[in-house]
Design a protein around this ligand. Structure first.
Ligand code: OSB
Ligand code: MG
Length: 397
């Protein structure tokens, strides 16, 4: 069920090199960091547990000396379960480490800027926020949409929805039904012990033709699990059955299944992804800029997958329209051959931070933003309105 890709070998595997060469001289003169508390319209339940009714999230605004601004987002989770970063660790990495290291310096472009933290390990959500804000500035200054700068080849991205664990099968089916009528083209069910085979069977029975996958978020222990039954349902993939570092166990499981396993938490860097693929721990890769620490590392994984003909897709971490703008630009690249997790912010948040925001069309796609800079216009008053803490370079220097 791979989507058509019509690009040459070079445009498939040379995306990182081309993005590194993007010249957009920039000197950052001002930075603002906001810790937000966003009211959620529903809780999101996965193998990691249930999200709180408000979500903390960090957004960052960088300003170039010519007055061009770019926003970035760190869509951190309440607890360090999906990745090691937390709200406080990301705040500190931004305010104490990464932002002071780039302020006032002259860079030839986003890749040059990102090289200033080449020796820093971890802090991926913070790195992604700074790097993506720099890309928004570069795109704005060059007056070229980000998707184009990154080598995007499609103007719309086919999307699916990630369905949290529900209180009942009836509630799940009602929700799946609603999303399918809105146009979403792939169903991904969050699974955990106690919410797996029955949920998959129910959705399969009611919607037999819809591409269906599951995401276990590391929730099972090697040795048991519902894999054999799930393997009979023709799933597009089984995402991350075991812990991130259980590569040998995932490889052993993959050998017993026809369904491809997909690496999410395990694909924590380009090198680790290469190792996991070599071991046969998965046959599909979920690419997410916050998990990988930026758009450039995401392009590295994109190129790796393209070179090995491994299907890749753009995952999400409940971003607002700020982060989704970058994800959409990334997902327009030729190696992204499976539906993206890209539900509009209305699914989670009372109000998006961008206006106009985006939505899925009845063709099952979301249009790739064509506006240079941040793909969607950020509303500073909304950011300020949700802020519970604020840092600005004006007072820190
Ligand atoms: O595992 O894909 C995941 C959200 C937060 C952290 C991890 C994951 C998710 C999702 C949501 O599944 C997907 C989305 O943002 O639409
Ligand atoms: Mg996942």
């Amino acid at each position: 069920m791979h989507l058509e890709s019509t690009s040459s070998a070079d445009s498939l595997t040379g995306c990182l090199g081309r993005a590194r060469d993007v010249l957009a001289p920039l000197r950052l003169v001002r930075a603002e960091i906001f810790m937000l508390s966003l009211p959620m319209v529903r809780s999101f339940r996965s193998a990691y547990g249930r999200s709180a009714s408000r979500k903390r999230l960090i957004v960052l605004k960088l300003e170039d000396q010519e007055g061009v601004a770019g926003w970035g987002e760190a869509p951190i989770a309440e607890r360090p379960v999906y990745c090691p970063d937390t709200a406080e660790s990301t705040w500190s990495a931004l305010a104490d480490l990464l932002v002071p290291a780039v302020l006032g310096r002259q860079f030839s472009g986003p890749a040059d800027l990102a090289s200033s933290w080449a020796d820093v390990i971890g802090q991926n959500y913070a790195k992604n926020a700074v790097e993506s804000a720099a890309w928004a500035i570069a795109s704005g200054k060059l007056d070229v949409p980000l998707a184009k700068l990154l080598g995007g080849v499609r103007d719309a991205v086919p999307v699916g929805e990630s369905f949290p664990i529900c209180d009942s099968l009836g509630a799940l089916l009602t929700e799946v039904d609603a999303r399918i009528s809105e146009g979403f083209g792939r169903i991904k069910l969050k699974i955990a012990p106690g919410w797996d085979v029955a949920a998959v069977s129910a959705v399969r029975e009611r919607f037999p033709g819809v591409p269906l996958s599951v995401d276990a978020n590391c929730g099972y222990s090697p040795g048991g699990g519902p894999w054999r039954q799930l393997d009979d349902h023709g799933l597009v993939m089984i995402e991350q059955p075991f812990a991130a570092d259980a590569l040998i166990e995932m490889s052993q499981l993959q050998q017993t299944l026809r369904t491809p396993l997909c690496l999410d938490e395990s694909a924590s860097s380009c090198n680790t992804t290469r190792t996991a693929l070599r071991l046969g721990a998965g046959r599909i890769v979920n690419i997410k800029p916050p998990r990988l620490g930026g758009l450039l590392p995401s392009l590295a994984v994109h190129d790796l997958c393209a070179a090995q003909q491994v299907p890749a897709w753009c995952g999400g971490t409940l971003e607002t329209g700020i982060g989704r703008g970058f994800n959409l630009a990334l997902a327009s690249l030729p190696g992204f051959t499976l539906h993206a997790d890209m539900s509009p912010a209305r699914m989670f948040y009372e109000r998006d931070l961008v206006d106009p925001t985006f939505d899925v069309g009845l063709n099952g796609c979301i249009a790739v933003p064509t506006r240079p800079g941040n793909g969607f216009p950020v509303v500073p008053e909304r950011v300020a309105g949700y802020a519970i803490r604020r840092w600005t370079s004006d007072t820190s220097q």
